[in-house]
Design a protein around this ligand. Sequence first.
Ligand code: IPM
Ligand code: MG
Length: 358
Amino acid sequence: MYKIAVLPGDGIGAEIVPEAVKALKAVGEKYNYGFAFTEALIGGSAYDAVGHPLPEETLNVCQNSDAVLLGAIGGHKWENLPVHLRPEIGGLLPIRKKLGLFANLRPCILFPDLVNASTLKEEVISGVDILVIRELTGGAYFGEKTREKTADGGEKAADSMCYTTFEIERIVRFAYEAARGRKKQLCSVDKANVLESSRLWRETVVRLAAEYPDVETTHMYVDNCSMQLIRNPRQFDVIVTENLFGDILTDEASMLTGSIGMLASASIGGKVGLYEPAHGSAPDIAGQGKANPLAMILSAALMLRYSFHLEEEAKVLENAVTTFLQQGYRTADLMEEGKKQVSTTEAGDIIAQLILKG
Ligand code: IPM
Ligand code: MG
């Protein structure tokens, strides 16, 4: 019996999370596992209901679960709240921090059937399989923030990008272990030509590289990496980088998979892992049944893999997604001529059926 906290959050979060739950239930039915789901509030909807984007009760539910399934948070409605009550700063960031989730894994895999969904050319993206490992509890997201008036009548604002040796070592070792299970190529991305935190980052990676002689280590500046991802993405196996760079590079890398709606993520490192798609709450399409639930469903597969060590079950779920695409089903974001457009719930139903048959 696995206890799963279910946090739909805002916008399309409420539409895609039930589809991932469906997929997990299908896995449970097929393999005879019990999944106990407990729903809790987070983000703007939590603020509306109880006045805070991360209610104490939600944190308790998460801490007492084996894993957390999170949809998405945020939306225009809450953009002008006092900063500490906003869904991002008051909800998502603290839950990551409080659960100790320093490692965010974002697998950028191109499903062969989606090769034409991307804006990039087939010869560039076919075969892409990159694991981006983003440091998730440090850097500018969590460094000191200041804001003060200046003599000229303006203001001065600062976000400090801060890293300790401990924080860098922890994520880089994690990335080396991940690379050992793959093609054994680790690219560390920094901005060591300009930033002091990046110089510490690079020195630390150089030192650790000696302990992992079986893994090929390379270093790349983040500006160059953003270009190389589009120029020749197949050169990458595992990328490890700090929080903000990882945020930006993974939105870019999602286009290698056809749509941001395909990019799943696992946030791990603490006792309880959290699984959420890399995309946002998409308020523009919320409530219309248009959202692509695949990143959410693929995040559930990562939960099976990383939190429950159910590798076979994770593969069954991922294979169901592959078959769904092979059979020509597409949500609006992936739609091409000749394919069958389905709604969010139809996609979830088809995938649950494929899991049961798979
Ligand atoms: C992500 C998102 C979040 C982040 C936002 C919603 C705060 O963009 O998970 O990539 O910046 O980490
Ligand atoms: Mg992001």
